[in-house]
Design a protein around this ligand. Structure first.
Ligand code: TRP
Ligand code: SF4
Length: 404
């Protein structure tokens, strides 16, 4: 991956929930598969995050990790195109979490909407813990330690990325100041060469003088392209561009994943807690049975009763899987009672089975080689660790913790 990919480094994580279902596939994994070909990607299993809610019963976490990683690989997330790792195998996340906790006002954490929401939702658990309050800050450490520019997340996680931006800003504000900053930045600017230095000046003026956001983006790109300057110098110039101090940590952007259109078998959102999922490794015979048993428009009691696709979860599946001709056939056939519900479900069954078949074939290959899956994660974690350690070196230095 070339240097400019740093401007667009992508990072995302999932808590280990065990086997994944079609909702995860359509909502998240297909997106990851696409992103891995466009950007430098880091995808990881957030096992410490699982502990914040499952501290009383962690025994399932290891098997959930392996099941989930197998499903990632089976869905086409590729360890050659992206770096796949497990959070707890990169202990630097914990160190950054600790250091960031020093500068994080309690109010910022208490204000994150998921804090109260989840406590309400998981009432049977005692979530009045230090770890649970720190959940979004740990997530900030996950993101900032890779200096990720983009974080693909669902709507529910956007507030966590926003917090991460605030933390990065605060960190840079406190620790990015250094004696002689302007002189050092000027020296770095000159090192880029005449042409780049001049362009830098114009962009800096456009951004600071006129608030031109595009100039800021172009400025970031310009700096990423420079071969002659060191990491420190790049950070200074980033800050100089924006009129702040050295930018040690990068403010990430959320990359909002469109809500999955994949409904559950009952038409509600597909979710394990509703018991309406089709797992990626569901036996294909069971897939057929489960779709055949799906509820339909309740007005179609008898075969001759006309129905309304809008009131039927099977129609939602057609929206995901069927071409226009098939959709038209459903609309007309349902409303005129020209087709029966089993007829209507046949193409859905066929499409889901066709989608799952290659995924299951790959899953079976990885299931048969647990050492391979473990190696992928071990090697990915080592690769991630090198990047994380580089960030930590600078973080420690800027916080006067460089005692060696
Ligand atoms: N909190 C995320 C979730 O529940 C998982 C997560 C942990 C994450 N760390 C992250 C997502 C960093 C994106 C980036 O889905
Ligand atoms: Fe639903 Fe199809 Fe039956 Fe209409 S014909 S009620 S869309 S399953």
């Amino acid at each position: 991956m070339d240097q400019s990919s740093q401007t667009s480094r992508v990072l995302s994580g999932m808590r280990p929930t065990g086997r994944l279902h079609l909702g995860h596939y359509h909502g998240v994994l297909k997106n990851w598969v696409e992103l891995q070909h466009q950007h430098e990607c880091f995808f990881f299993v957030a096992d410490w995050h699982a502990l914040t809610t499952h501290y009383d019963d962690p025994s399932m976490i290891p098997s959930s990790i392996w099941d989930m990683v197998i499903d990632w690989l089976a869905a086409g997330v590729d360890h050659e195109s992206s770096t796949l790792f497990v959070q707890s195998l990169v202990p630097e996340h914990a160190e950054l979490h600790l250091l960031l906790s020093m500068i994080t006002p309690l109010g910022w954490l208490e204000r994150v909407p998921s804090y109260k929401d989840q406590q309400e939702k998981l009432k049977e658990k005692n979530l009045a813990t230090y770890g649970f309050l720190g959940y979004p800050l740990l997530q900030s450490a996950d993101i900032l330690i890779y200096r990720a520019a983009q974080v693909p997340v669902g709507e529910d996680q956007v507030a966590h990325v926003e917090l991460t931006r605030e933390i990065a800003r605060r960190f840079n504000h406190i620790y990015g100041r250094e004696p002689g900053f302007e002189e050092k930045a000027e020296a770095a600017r000159k090192k880029m060469g005449k042409k780049a230095a001049k362009q830098f000046d114009q962009l800096r003026r456009a951004y600071q003088g006129q608030g031109d956001d595009e100039a800021l983006v172009t400025g970031h790109e310009l700096l990423e392209k420079q071969q002659n300057i060191s990491v420190d110098e790049r950070e200074r110039l980033l800050g100089y561009l924006e009129g702040s101090g050295r930018q040690i940590l990068t403010e990430p952007q959320p990359l909002l994943t469109k809500a999955s259109k994949m409904p559950g078998l009952d038409g509600q959102k597909m979710s394990k807690s509703y018991g309406n999922t089709l797992s990626l490794r569901e036996d294909l015979g069971d897939v057929e049975t489960m779709i055949k048993r799906m509820p339909t428009d309740t007005n179609r009691v008898r075969r001759n009763d006309p129905g309304d696709p809008e009131k039927c979860p099977v129609w939602q599946f057609h929206l995901v899987y069927s071409d226009d001709a098939t959709k038209q056939w459903v609309q007309e056939g349902c409303r005129s009672a020209g087709i029966g519900c089993l007829d209507c479900k046949a193409p859905v069954i066929e499409a889901v089975v066709a989608e799952l078949k290659p995924i299951q074939a790959r899953a079976a290959e990885f299931e048969a080689q647990p050492e391979l899956v473990q190696r992928i994660i071990r090697e990915g974690s080592e690769k991630a660790r090198i990047v994380a350690q580089e960030t930590m070196r600078e973080v420690r230095q800027s916080m006067s913790l460089d005692l060696s």
